[in-house]
Design a protein around this ligand. Sequence first.
Ligand SMILES: *Cc1c(COP(=O)(O)O)cnc(C)c1O
Length: 476
Amino acid sequence: MKLIFEISGEGHGCDLLPALDVPPYQLSGFEKRGIALDLPQLSEVELSRHYTRLMKRTFGVNSGFYPLGSCTMKYNPRVNEEMAALSGFAEIHPLQPEHTVQGCLQVISEAEKALCEITGMDAVTMQPAAGSHGEFTGVMMIKAYHESRGDTKRTKIIVPDAAHGTNPASATMAGYTVVNIPSNAEGCVDLEKLREVAGEDTAGFMLTNPNTVGIFERNILEITKIIHDAGGLNYYDGANLNAIVGVTRPGDMGFDVIHLNLHKTFSTPHGGGGPGAGPVGCKEFLRDFMPDYEVIEEDGKYKFNRPEKSIGSVKAFYGNFLIVVRALTYIKTLGAEGIKNVSTHAVLNANYMRVKLAKFFDVAYDGICMHEFVLTLKNVKDQYGVSALDVAKTLLENGIHPPTMYFPLIVPEALMLEPTETESKETMDEVIAIFEKVYNLILSDPASLHEMPLTTPVRRLDEVAAARNPRITCCQ
Ligand SMILES: *Cc1c(COP(=O)(O)O)cnc(C)c1O
């Protein structure tokens, strides 16, 4: 496929500026560019075709099944987009005075209240732009809390080995030493190990629940108590909230600070680098440390307020506001009953696929799962030389997006599936049939899987070279 610069032709440009009706201003020497700006010149139809071609080569939730575990690739309802496109939301300026953006502040305030109710927290900020950004914000708040009490000997954050890589990264960026604890044979937190490491130097504990192998931590209250008894705080990575939303709440499980991923659980678009939103919620005693600004209501008017001991801004202005509009639309269209149906159907779908796929592949931690589960292809690799990567590439050849691969790190040859609640039984049955087809191919012609995919726009990419030597400009 040609680059936009290769389609460009002198004089094709679609000039949308009106004719000049004021005297032209002559730029002085230093204001002028040294070389002409190299912009592609395309007619409107060439431009439209270029992006349509690109769109067709891209796989998204609107193209087909997308079971990327831990990412909650659910359908993003169009009504969310319609609300976010309303000019009163989309065309505001970040520096507009508060009294001219009351409706927008109301959206932030209502979304914050809804998320408080859903999570059992007392305050929520919409500032962070992603889940990882929320983790960093939350850990900074934990740090500010300990420091405000003069408790400076707490230098460690405990993170289970099943955690998403962003957890230890966020703790490290906030200046903490990360203490890793191994999971037990059921894929859960090992209570003995946790008791061993929790102590006077523990600032906090970061937990994903349900965890990254799709299991709701069996001893959740005991876990949060161990940390609290040691004087630490509990951080809840809410990336997997889709499994429990409307059913149970991190605030009732002993967590002090949490993040959510609006671009996962609350159906706002994701992928391609954002924009996303990773709201952070906290209990009352941490409210003063929240990032500025928070939206407060006074005499029926909304305004910004800087929490007293705020850790400061973590993102410009209100965060990614239009993502909040989409999430609030989603919450309001579903209502309390609808939100509960999200998690119960997500869990039902995951269990349906788990049981069906267990006929072909090993499930890493068998038994009832939450909204996702992990297959391990270790035996397939040992017996047939076919890796999880080979299977993922073969799924691509069959028109479906592969599951998450090689995560969590504690499962060898992992494929992690999360169908989400928006897939029908018919779609899941089609996908199960594709897995069966791939399984039969492993038995009959394992070598052929190393060559997959055959007919996609690009085949196997050199991912290491792409990461080490990225080509981010078109020309060199
Ligand atoms: C997605 C995810 C994150 C990070 O969230 P981003 O919004 O991608 O930064 C953190 N933890 C878990 C378990 C996740 O699945």
